[in-house]
Design a protein around this ligand. Sequence first.
Ligand code: THG
Length: 367
Amino acid sequence: MVEMRPTSRLRPSPFYAAALADGLVSASVYNRMILPMSYGDPEAEYWRLINGVSMWDVGVERQVELKGRDAARLAQILSPRKLAGCKTGQGKYVSLCNHAGSLINDPILLKLDEDHFWLSIADSDMWLWARAIANERKLDVEINEPDVSPLAVQGPMAENVVAAMFGDWVRELKYFWFRETEIDGIPVALQRSGWSKQGGFEIYLRDGSMGTRLWNMVKEAGKPWDIGPGAPSSAERVESGLINCGGDNDESTNPFELRLGKYIDLDVDDEVIGIQALRRIAAEGPRRQLLGLVLEGDEPAPLGYQWEQIRHNGELAGAMTTCVWSPRMRANIGYALISAARNAGDSVEVQRTGGTVRAKLVELPFL
Ligand code: THG
């Protein structure tokens, strides 16, 4: 691929210089920012996440800040998950939908105060959306992007690293809860979260001029556990059944089809965007579902940037939205966004560029 150059429209995060210094070799684009992808040894980066601890520049998880008298009301209008019980210091995984009930983003919502929230977003432009909705509904709320950049520390040894930096209180932090604190004068919020199922934390840096310093502090603190730089792992996230919003869904995929139904509360207020459509979809039953796929073959054959068609008994049944080589399963595994009429256990064919490949539908998660 050609070299991609940072510009004001393709922003690097505050950790970018440190990532380059540590040998970053490939990157992608996410939320119109540079997402570091690999430091040259993807296999080692994967095993470090599974067995040890890895640190990731995930500044691309940009924050949409809602602040003001109607901030809580706007947060609820945007999220068809009941937020009434959400406490200050708590985070929640929410499914943002459009009026048709289709998923448009799946952020972590952080409640910093009764009238102050961050939506830590996946890859789509939620400032435009939030501002448009707030203005149409005449809400008293300010919507901005604060100077906040998450640095993920992930893997079974992550807690030790973060405890070495911040103290043993981090061990008591519950999933998605966070604390606003500082380290060596650097303002941060520390949350138990991250896009893996290996456990870990995210340090939300609140002063972009301190990126290299914070990166090097984590690197130093992690030395006893052999920390190394990495990135969100597509192999691990597929093994673990996590959704990549924008990758596993199209413009008409609803949360029920993506196994996110447990994050939808149908009894939220009628003013919540998409709730009427979601109630109807829930009553009718979703037409598609997300299942796992285990493909035949023992050579890595990851999916490119296009979904591949899935056939069952010769009939078009759905699409494979992702496919990765799983080092733990020693197989190519993927997701099938497929007709609700098919079941785990069914044999299907995937139309790959090299030809048809047989695969088996399985329940998620794989591991
Ligand atoms: N961290 C932060 N912001 C983010 C992400 C993150 N924004 C974009 C993207 N990642 C959001 N997507 C997800 C998807 C799944 C999870 C977290 C972020 C996740 N899910 C668990 C699961 O599905 O099992 C737990 C969900 C629950 O039970 O509440 O962790 O990574 N800051």
